[in-house]
Design a protein around this ligand. Structure first.
Ligand code: IPM
Ligand code: MN
Length: 359
């Protein structure tokens, strides 16, 4: 029995709807395992800009820092996407949050669900068995390097820099993950062109001898983009820098045909942040049709992150069961077409029923 404080940053678009389902499931976990979860809601993204002018208000950051974990929905609004000159953007809130909380590792597991394999854009035999996880560096590289324009404004630059320490700390997590999985690590880089990539290789090569049970592969990012489509099951743990990780993880996320099912964790310092990998899907906002499963699976990663592994597994078991029973939203089956809130209720029920059964 434990008491945990969870910051809830639902954000924009479908964020609040899917996060509400995640909370139903967390409440079910709290009930059957005898825990207490205290939730504190805070603003981030476009809703925060609308209310305060700032995509990451100071108060939100304080709430996050004072919590055991951050449960995040989605951010983004079309009114900003279409305005490249907007002075403040919802995305700045997310980047600032990552930096301020020291979330240097973004972990995105990509798994296949047998019942949904026909939804993959790839041939079934190619995608069957694909089970990989991307470890993306999240607080360095080109995202956070110096950027600017020349005086005339007709030249722009974004600097990409990495230090040995920044590489080592995420590589360590990726090596450890590989040890607990199929023991293969692929470093994705562009070492034939970029000096930062050469440093990544040097550091990872130096660390490899400390993990003799892990086979290390080095792959250029352009080739990796191709290999992910041609032969996804060859990958186990992919380790890469911020920008390549952004691109590769989106590519990886659609392989299995279940993007609405993929969770993520961003960790580093004390407090981890857990969010679905899909965006704010503004067209669906308020309609109760969004798939809450990625958010619910993010809640499972959150539980792992606060040391509640049995609880995390109970949530994953519930999601597997609902999928196998075809209790899913319209993105997965137009005929079944359960509502977002119905799926949330059902998953909460399943968590309670399964746990009570196993006691
Ligand atoms: C992601 C997103 C963000 C990123 C955006 C919203 C800033 O695409 O989490 O992958 O590029 O990191
Ligand atoms: Mn992205």
């Amino acid at each position: 029995m434990a008491t945990k404080n969870i910051a809830v940053l639902a954000g924009d678009g479908i964020g609040p709807e899917v996060v509400a389902q995640g909370i139903k499931v967390l409440d079910a976990v709290a009930e059957v395992f005898g825990h207490t979860f205290n939730y504190t809601e805070a603003l981030v993204g476009a809703v925060a800009i609308d209310a305060t002018g700032n995509p990451l208000p100071e108060e939100t950051l304080e709430v996050c820092k004072a919590s055991d974990a951050v449960f995040f929905g989605a951010i983004g609004h079309p009114k900003y996407d279409n305005d490249p000159n907007a002075k403040v953007r919802p995305e700045q809130g997310l980047l600032a949050l990552r930096k301020s909380l020291g979330l240097f590792a973004n972990i995105r597991p990509v798994t296949t669900f047998e019942a949904l394999i026909h939804k993959s854009p790839l041939k079934e035999e190619k995608v069957r068995g694909a089970d990989l996880v991307v470890y993306r560096e999240l607080t360095g590289g080109i995202y956070f390097g110096e950027k600017g324009r020349n005086e005339k404004g007709d030249e722009a630059y974004d600097n990409c820099a990495y230090s040995t320490g920044e590489i080592e700390r995420i590589a360590k997590l990726a090596f450890e993950a590989a040890q607990n999985r199929r023991k293969k690590l692929t470093l994705v880089d562009k070492a034939n062109v970029l000096e930062t990539s050469r440093l990544w290789r040097e550091v990872v090569r130096g660390m490899a001898s400390s993990y003799p049970d892990v086979e290390v592969d080095y792959m250029f990012v352009d080739n990796a983009a191709m290999q992910l489509i041609q032969w996804p099951s060859q990958f186990d743990v992919i380790l890469t820098e911020n920008m390549f990780g952004d691109i590769i993880s989106d590519e990886a996320s659609v392989l299995t045909g279940s993007m609405g099912l993929l969770p993520s964790a961003s960790i580093g310092a004390k407090v981890g942040m857990y969010e679905p990998i899909h965006g704010s899907y503004p067209q669906a906002a308020g309609q109760d049709i969004a798939n809450p499963m990625a958010t619910v699976l993010s809640a499972a990663m959150l539980l792992d992150g606060i040391g509640m592994y049995t609880e995390g597994n109970a949530v994953r078991t519930a999601v597997d069961k609902a999928i196998s029973e075809n209790y899913v939203t319209e993105d997965l089956d137009k005929e079944a077409a359960k509502k977002c809130s119905e799926v949330g209720d059902y998953l909460a029920e399943l968590v309670k029923a399964n746990v009570q059964e196993s006691i």
